[in-house]
Design a protein around this ligand. Structure first.
Ligand code: ADP
Ligand code: MG
Length: 355
């Protein structure tokens, strides 16, 4: 059945087409005709006594690490897959409801959902089931590096090798793409969250102060860099003195952050090298000429392109608006499902025989 059929045109009128980046840190939704309409943390706050959802998204993130005893704030996609099925479903249905309010349609929506590369069939099914239970009519799954590459305008369908690195919260996706397929890829659990953990551990060891996750993330964003700048940058950090148990403030510099994350960063760069080493020569020569595109929140850290350029001797480009690349890609796919059909995962299930 062609997507251009009468049925397809009817669906376009009567239901929303929604693209989703189900990220470990942030969930983004784009709606055909509207663009990106939701961009919120993938966090859900639950009341443990009643089992009820207290808050979702930004409101819930505010609560992380600050909740009273009976409320927990969870990140249902912590490792990039659905680790907490029911909560993912609640989160999805909340966001889908918001879209439905924005653009009310008669028929339930069709979704294109981005998932990390290398996701197993079981996990793919979990994502699909969560989306169906949350109110979707049809669900198409796409690997995030592919969606991101489409989102930043790489010629993914051409016989040209391109490479993309998506550094998110829970996972980093490294992928080489050519002719509409992922030629080589690697998915690792070293990304923004790990950097935060590194910073917490470093400050605990060096300054004997315990800081929270959000504090670590804030200093990373404010003063973090992977190569030294012209002048040192510092930030005041408040935490609990591990010896006295009382609050204490210390000054942290950008070089502290570099030292804290250096080992994780080295592992990440090593993984990129491994992917390059296993890439077929023709494709590799394209990548060497065209370079690598960086996307995801982790790509924003200052100096990363320079560092990678030095380590890999390849041109490195940070994408424009790197944190929306995946969701923009799903939006482009929704506009032209015929063209991208073969890049969607598990087609047999996604395209049930209808006529
Ligand atoms: P995901 O796709 O896993 O949801 P995102 O692409 O939204 O992740 O990126 C989230 C990660 O990016 C977080 O770990 C966050 O700390 C990090 N991040 C966001 N902005 C910056 C910045 N300016 N510098 C360093 N890290 C950043
Ligand atoms: Mg992501």
């Amino acid at each position: 059945m062609s997507f251009r059929s009468y049925r397809e045109r009817l669906y376009r009128l009567l239901s929303n087409d929604i693209g989703i980046d189900l990220g470990t840190a942030n969930t983004l939704l784009t709606v055909r005709g509207f663009g990106v309409v939701i961009n919120e943390p993938s966090v859900v706050a639950l009341n443990e006594k009643t089992g009820q959802v207290v808050a979702i998204g930004s409101e819930a993130k505010q609560m992380l690490g600050r909740t009273p005893a009976h409320i927990t704030a969870v990140r249902p996609l912590i490792d990039g897959v659905v680790s907490n099925f029911e909560v993912t479903e609640e989160m999805l249905s909340y966001f889908l409801n918001r879209v439905q309010k924005l653009s009310p349609k008669l028929i339930r929506p069709r979704l294109v959902v981005g998932v990390p590369s290398g996701i197993t069939n079981v996990e793919t099914r979990a994502v699909r089931d969560a989306a169906i239970n949350a109110g979707a009519r049809e669900v198409y799954i796409m690997e995030e590096p592919m969606a991101a590459a489409i989102g930043v305008g790489l010629p993914v369908r051409d016989p040209i090798g391109t490479m993309i690195i998506d550094i998110g919260g829970g996972t980093t996706d490294i992928a080489v793409i050519s002719l509409g397929g992922i030629v080589r890829s690697k998915n690792l659990h070293i990304a923004g969250d790990r950097f935060n953990e590194d910073i917490i551990a470093y400050i605990r060891n060096e300054f004997k102060i315990l800081i929270g996750d959000r504090t670590a993330e804030n200093i990373k964003i404010v003063i973090g860099s992977v190569v030294p700048g012209e002048a040192p940058v510092e930030a005041e950090v408040r935490g609990r003195d591990l010896v006295t148990g009382l609050p204490r403030e210390v000054i942290i510099t950008d070089s502290d952050i570099r030292e804290a994350i250096s080992s994780s960063l080295a592992t990440l760069i090593e993984s990129v090298k491994e992917v390059l080493e296993s890439t077929p020569p023709e494709v590799l020569s394209d990548v060497m000429a065209r370079g690598i595109v960086l996307v995801g929140g982790g790509a924003v850290i200052s100096g990363l392109a320079d560092l990678l350029n030095e380590e890999l001797s390849l041109p490195i480009h940070v994408a424009h608006d790197p944190m929306t690349a995946v969701v923009r890609g799903t939006g482009i796919v929704l506009e032209d499902m015929d063209t991208y059909q073969e890049m969607l995962l598990a087609q047999e299930e996604a395209f049930p025989p209808t006529e």
